[in-house]
Structure formats: C-alpha cells, structure tokens
Design a protein around this ligand. Structure first.
Ligand SMILES: [Zn+2]
Length: 289
C-alpha cells in the first residue's frame, strides 16, 4: 500500500502541470476548429473556424490558397505531410485582407501568386504574409503537375485586389468574400463599394465552373453566386426606395425588407446590419438624391 499515495501525488502534480501548459496556449490556437473535406479527386477544402481555403494535389506537388493565419498554416502543413508525400509548390492569395491572407510565410520558399495590387498591399504592411512572387493585372494562367489554374481579377468592390481561381480539368472555383453560398453578406459591407461588389459577383457568374469553394459558408454552384447577387440588388433597391420615400434607417430595419431570406445563414445576426450598411453607403455616395 505504501507506493499508492506517492503515485497519486505524482498524478496530481502531473495534471496540475498539464493544466498550466494548456492554459499557456493562446485561446485562438486552442479553440480553432479545423477540418479537411475532399471536393474532387485532387481538390480539397480546408476549414479553419469560419474561414475556408482550398488546396490542389497535382502530380508535381501541392498548390495551396489562402493561408488564413500562421497557426492554420502550421496545422495544414502537418496534415499535408501526413497525407501526401509531396512538396507545397505554390500559394495563390485570393486577396490581401488579413483574415484570409495572413501567415503565408509559414509555407517557406514557394511561388506566391496574387494580384498586382495585393503585392502593393503586402509591401505597404497592410497584411503580414509572404510577398507575392508572381503578379498580374487582369488574368493569369499557369499549369503545374497536370492541372491548369485560371486566375481572374474581379475588379474593385470587396477590396481592390480580389481574384477568382478556377482549376481544370476539375472545373472548381475558389471564390472569397464577394459572395458566400446561402449566407447573407457580412455585417454592414465594411469598406466595400457595393456597386463594385455587385459587378464582382457578375464577373464570377461569367466564369466557367461547376463547383464553387467559398472563403466562408458551404460549397456551392454558379446559381449560389446569382442568388447572392440578387440578394444584394434587392437590398439595394429596397433600401433606396425607402430612403427616397423619406424613411429613416430605423424604420427600414423595422420593416419586413428581405424577410424572404430568413432561412439564409447569419440572417438573424446580420440582416439589420446589411440594411444599415446599405443605407449609409447609398447616402454617402449620393445615390439618394
Ligand atoms: Zn476580404
């Protein structure tokens, strides 16, 4: 019986130590919910909390997209090493916003493909990530390991450097932030030119693809892009008409505008903010008078 209390003491001491170690890990890393989902034979979606990225396994290596952040890169790097015996060769940045583009240095010395303005935004210190090594203005195509990558600038709207990436022969598009399938737009359209945003979604609708992997929410199709554009156009028209009729922002929020979308994701959290953001953008850009 003698060793028992000593053993229990050791157990307690060890668990206290473990608790301290866990508590020292930053909450963001500790709580992050991450997963990998296969989209086609060679294309995968990586989810990190509420953000998605895509990666493509080619004959010559792996092409990753948005890093999201340094912890996400570290996690994905370990997963790719476990699952595939291939080097990461390229990273494609959808745009330079910090919640998608941060931490790209974690991939090491690889090709980084992005819009020319994204490189300027990285150089200006707007986001802490790897500096793009290949940039373009309108479109840029490249092939690696039997896959073709078609990159298209979507114009200004949500940011000034947003691109779509289409992978062939899979016909899968990676599209971030301009539209999120089955979900209302993010909050009050922070920083967006809303007419530019509508044009970005139209540009996406003009591309040739079958599956859309988005930066947020579930995977979709071109129909989801169309539905998302119609939402923004209905919101724009409804808010503009109400403002022209002398309604206040509060009165529009209290109306049933957009209620037919109540089954969309984040409707309860963001529908009111969508109206407020639209009302302010219409007023600030002189569309009401
Ligand atoms: Zn963004």
């Amino acid at each position: 019986m003698e060793p028992r209390p000593i053993g229990m003491f050791k157990l307690v001491a060890a668990s206290v130590l473990v608790s301290c170690v866990i508590a020292a890990v930053p909450a963001s890393a500790q709580d992050a919910k991450r997963s990998i989902e296969q989209v086609t034979d060679d294309i995968y979606r990586f989810q990190n909390n509420f953000h998605n990225a895509m990666f493509v396994v080619t004959d010559d290596g792996i092409v990753v997209t948005d890093p999201i952040n340094a912890d996400a890169v570290a996690w994905l790097k370990a997963e790719l090493t476990d699952r595939f015996d291939k080097p990461v060769t390229h990273m494609i940045l959808s745009h330079s916003h910090g919640d998608h583009a941060s931490g790209g240095q974690g991939w090491g010395d690889i090709e980084v493909v992005a819009h020319e303005v994204a490189k300027k935004n990285v150089e200006a210190g707007r986001v802490d990530t790897a500096l793009p090594t290949v940039t373009f203005i309108d479109t840029h195509n490249f092939s690696t390991g039997g896959k073709e990558f078609e990159l298209t600038f979507l114009g200004k709207g949500h940011g000034d450097d947003l691109i779509a990436t289409i992978v062939r022969p899979d016909n899968v598009a990676f599209v971030v932030d301009a539209v999120s399938p089955g979900r209302v737009p993010y909050r009050d359209f922070p920083g967006a030119d809303i007419d530019g945003l509508i044009n970005q979604i139209k540009a996406i609708e003009g591309l040739d693809f079958e599956v859309m992997v988005p930066g947020h929410s579930r995977n979709g199709t071109k129909q989801d892009a169309t539905d998302g554009r119609i939402y923004v156009e209905k919101l724009r028209a409804g808010v503009l008409e109400a403002l022209k009729n002398g309604k206040t922002e509060e009165e529009i929020v209290a109306s049933d505008l957009m209620s037919e979308y109540s089954d969309w994701g984040a409707y309860d959290q963001w529908r009111d903010l969508n109206i407020r953001g639209m009302a302010r953008w219409l007023q600030e850009t002189g569309k009401v008078n």
